[in-house]
Design a protein around this ligand. Structure first.
Ligand code: SF4
Length: 392
């Protein structure tokens, strides 16, 4: 409850601490986590939903891979899987009584230890006509069986996140994925009868160089050559730091904008679809992601112009310049927000007090720091892959 914790700043506006406002409050608050083996599924299925008429079933929660930028993994640990017989199968049966569209959800669905059994079960003739789609899967877990069953169940394409075509970069971010595994995933997708492969990557990752971006373009071109007939597309976003991940100290790198354009120049003429996320909106994401509560007056001032990047920048400038009065009902008076550059782009010192330091995530700050140091030293691969938790 923010009102029970007050920030303390020095004369230059640096955050010194976030402290409880009463002696009987704990100094830090630990995130609470559901650890059971029943996960969630849709309870309302309607054509009016964002994903119309799809019965969504959560297969796994969190991800054991710990890619260094990944909020979906770090903030939601431990990795949990839904029980097949007591959770997933009854949930799927319930939904398929009212719709023929099934979505299997999770950051890492194919890492469910019984995912192959679930696929075999869905391969039964009685599910003829059912359309099954899965969220992004780890490339290393794509099998010929997955490609075949998804194609038979109406999926056209498979989505894998490679993050980068550069082996070095994948080591830095702890993506335990080899070039061979990416090629094998494309081959299996095509052999299984899928017509497309969507890949996801990032530009502007910490320590990334031009050569790493060229390696991503090279990989896509080589994949196209190796799997003719498979439609390839690359979705690329700009790296945005997220709280409670080892890359929370890194800023958004302005070079990313040109690197996205470089990818477009190399891939589009060769018939590879490129779907870049807006660099400008990634900057606004970073502003929201790394600010502290001094952003509150900015959010209030951006109201009505929040759908333009310029609107956010204008609101930030106005609040910093004192041209906009802070909302009157803030529990503690706030100094002006720090310079834009410092929040969005700067690499923060490891000693900096973070705005969320009083909130304990699943891993201690010292572990995040060690993962960051290993990543920047380029030896994340020395980390053994985090083992999935055993089925419950
Ligand atoms: S494999 Fe995907 S979900 Fe898992 S940690 Fe890496 S980026 Fe996150």
């Amino acid at each position: 409850m923010p009102a029970l914790y007050a920030p303390r700043y020095d004369a230059d506006g640096a955050l010194l601490a976030v402290e409880p406002t009463a002696a009987d409050l704990p100094a830090t608050i630990a995130k609470q986590t559901w650890r059971g083996n029943t996960l969630s599924h849709s309870t309302v299925i309607t054509p009016e939903a964002a994903w119309p008429s799809i019965h969504m079933v959560e297969v796994a929660r969190s991800c054991p891979e710990l890619c260094r930028f990944c909020l979906a993994s770090y903030l939601t640990l431990p990795f949990r899987t839904a029980s097949l017989d007591n959770g997933l199968i009854p949930a799927v049966e319930t939904g398929l009584a009212v719709t023929q569209r099934l979505g299997l959800l999770g950051a890492s669905v194919t890492q469910h230890p019984q995912f192959a059994d679930l696929l075999t079960w869905l391969d039964q003739d009685r599910f003829e006509g059912t359309r099954v789609s899965v969220s992004s899967v780890r490339a290393a877990t794509v099998t010929p069986q997955l490609g075949r069953i998804l194609a038979r169940r109406g999926s056209k394409s498979l989505t894998i996140a490679i993050e980068s075509g550069s082996e070095r970069m994948r080591r830095v971010v702890n993506k335990k994925l080899s070039g061979e595994e990416i090629f094998a995933a494309a081959r299996y997708a095509r052999e299984g009868g899928l017509s497309g492969l969507k890949l996801y990557g990032m530009a502007g990752l910490p320590s990334e160089e031009e050569a790493d971006i060229e390696a991503t373009a090279d990989l896509l071109l080589a994949l196209k050559k190796a799997t003719p007939g498979l439609r390839l597309s690359l979705g690329v976003s700009t790296f945005v730091p997220k709280a409670h991940t080892p890359f929370q100290w890194e800023g958004v790198r302005p070079e990313a904008e040109k690197r996205l354009q470089r990818l477009a120049r190399r891939l589009q003429p060769k018939g590879i679809e490129l779907r870049p996320e807006s660099y400008g909106w990634s900057v606004i994401q970073a502003l929201l992601s790394r600010s502290d509560r001094r952003l509150a007056p900015v959010i209030a001032a951006a109201r009505g112009q929040h759908d333009s990047q310029g609107g956010w920048k204008k609101a930030y400038r106005a609040v910093r310049a004192g041209e906009v009065a802070a909302p009157a009902d803030l529990p503690v008076p706030l100094p002006a927000p720090p310079p834009w550059e410092e929040v969005v782009h700067a690499t923060w010192g490891e000693e900096r007090v973070l705005p969320w330091a009083h909130l304990e995530g699943p891993l201690p700050a010292a572990t995040l720091l060690r993962h960051r140091q290993e990543a920047l030293a380029g030896d994340s691969s020395a980390d053994p892959p985090a083992a999935p938790s055993p089925p419950h």
